[in-house]
Write a protein that binds this ligand. Structure first.
Ligand code: PYL
Length: 271
């Protein structure tokens, strides 16, 4: 997982309305609705209005400027009564548990949400995977495309890619899983590749930490790309073209965070 820097997220909260508008154009759903679809809920089924604390964590490489405030801002946008605790680390966790139903915190390796009443927890890798997979499935549906007729690539066999592959398969898609490390492809229930040489895909979920994995050589002209990978793993020229057609779904923190919230509030797991 790539560690975000302040400049990756410093405009996120100001651009939440634009994100919803972009999502509606490409998927027919808002950020909150994509998160609901990801966890198996109907649009509007989850009541997001719950007191939720976000705890800054100083361990390891320390605080990312604006990270906790950005998480709280994303949550507030989908209707959560979210706040950043006054204190960090264990004191902040204690303060949060006294004053909220749900709690978010991230160190250098894990970003976790917990529901203090139901004890349901959600981890960012899994949630990001199902969230971006949900967005990809909804985008295909919006174009009237049948998953069964699509050549679907999941690039990256890490936690995000594997959660996405499982979600897409559950929705009727036949996934091809790509990773440069063949050991990550062992015992996977999909067609597996270490290169896309000679192949073209029409639906792509890019979940690697590399650049330029996805390009004009391995994608069809009507490709839709859902890209949780940071940095964006899509060739710049292709990315520009996809943006003009609203067929590139990419954001550094928003969809994973919203899906974590839906995941800790909703009980019927889809996977
Ligand atoms: C959760 C993000 C998504 C992509 N990379 C992950 C990342 O950057 N993790 C590090 C988060 C550190 C937060 C810091 C703070 O400000 O509380 N401990």
């Amino acid at each position: 997982m790539t560690r975000l820097v302040e400049s990756d997220i410093d405009t996120v909260v100001d651009e939440m309305a634009k994100l919803d508008a972009d999502f509606l154009r490409s998927t027919g759903a808002t950020l909150a609705e994509i998160a609901e679809y990801a966890v198996g809920a109907n649009f509007g089924e989850i009541d997001f209005n719950v007191k939720t604390s976000v705890v800054p964590i100083t361990s390891g490489l320390g605080i990312i400027g604006g990270f906790a405030q950005t998480v709280a801002g994303i949550l507030q946008h989908i209707g959560v009564d979210a706040f950043v605790t006054e204190h960090s680390d264990v004191w902040g966790s204690y303060e949060g548990r006294l004053n909220s139903k749900c709690q978010f915190a991230a160190d250098d390796d894990w970003f976790m949400a917990a529901n203090n009443e139901s004890n349901k927890i959600s981890e960012n890798g899994y949630a990001t995977g199902i969230g971006f997979a949900a967005a990809l499935v909804l985008a295909a549906k919006k174009q009237g495309r049948n998953l069964a007729d699509e050549a679907i690539l999941v690039a990256g066999a890490g936690p995000v890619g594997l959660a996405a592959a499982k979600f897409i398969t559950k929705k009727g898609g036949k996934v091809t899983l790509l990773d440069i490390d063949p050991t990550k492809l062992e015992n996977q229930p999909y067609e597996t590749l270490t290169t896309t040489e000679g192949r073209k895909f029409s639906l792509v979920l890019e979940a690697t930490t590399s650049k330029d994995v996805i390009n004009i050589h391995n994608t069809s002209s009507d490709v839709i790309v859902s890209a949780p990978g940071v940095p964006l793993g899509v060739d710049e020229k292709l990315a520009e073209g996809l943006c003009t057609k609203n067929t590139l779904l990419f954001n550094p923190l928003e969809l994973g965070t919203a899906t974590m919230m839906a995941d800790v509030l909703y009980t019927k797991d889809l996977l």
